[in-house]
Design a protein around this ligand. Structure first.
Ligand code: NI
Ligand code: MN
Length: 226
């Protein structure tokens, strides 16, 4: 699987037959200003919650690619009311099966109002299983006991966790989260995109290393083969 970073919380996952992108926020992110979103390919767009820094480019990518949007019922309905037709709604505990694997929706401890004030349902994360690997994409979340359940049931090979603090977990809680989900390989997200999310990247990596864990911080448009 190829995992490509598009800044903030946006990543694309490319498996043998399928490409999906999660939480596209590219055109509003100064750190991703050089990305041409017209070049992005996707079969699916996964959306964790309704905040602008996770949905800004959903409509444009959906129109360019005809990708199916996978999100909670409220957000899927909102996109439907905004003229999109290729949608799949789900909720916690639900699993969507695609050609190369599955995506399960799990809780996140956050909020989810849509930009126009509409109810964005409950915020989520995703457990992605494909090509023998399990990835936990946490979405925006604080530390939560629900993460113990992920450790019990899924034991991810890789997790993608917010580390920017302020609106989500910071580094210390992300380390505890990785313990709870029983995973020592972490890609960080949701940092540095705004002044209030700036982190000391080297210090953050050292903190993970001190806990015998690896923190991977990808640059925009970097691809990790996993
Ligand atoms: Ni958020
Ligand atoms: Mn956010």
């Amino acid at each position: 699987m190829n995992i490509k970073h598009y800044g903030h919380s946006c990543f694309s996952f490319k498996t043998q037959n399928t490409e999906f992108i999660v939480d596209p926020f590219i055109t509003g992110n100064p750190l991703a200003a050089h990305v041409n979103i017209k070049n992005i390919k996707a079969d699916f767009i996964l959306v964790t919650h309704g905040h602008q820094d996770h949905i800004l480019d959903v409509v444009e990518i959906a129109k360019n690619t005809d990708a199916k949007i996978i999100s909670n019922f409220e957000i899927a309905t909102w996109f439907e009311n905004n003229g999109l037709e290729n949608l799949h709604s789900m909720n916690f505990g639900g699993t969507y099966t695609f050609q190369d694997g599955t995506v399960k929706m799990v809780p996140a401890l956050h909020s989810s109002m849509l930009p126009d004030g509409s109810n964005g349902g409950n915020p989520a994360g995703f457990i992605i299983k494909s090509e023998g690997n399990t990835i936990y994409y946490a979405g925006d979340t604080g530390l939560s006991m629900e993460m113990e359940l992920i450790g019990r049931l899924d034991q991810p090979d890789l997790c993608i966790l917010p580390i920017g603090d302020t609106y989500t977990m910071g580094v210390e809680d992300a380390i505890i989260c990785s313990d709870m989900v029983r995973c020592n390989k972490v890609i960080g997200m949701h940092y540095d995109s705004f002044p209030q999310l700036e982190i000391d990247k080297e210090a953050s990596k050292r903190k993970f290393a001190a806990a015998n864990k690896e923190l991977i911080l990808m640059t925009v448009e970097e691809t990790l083969v996993f």
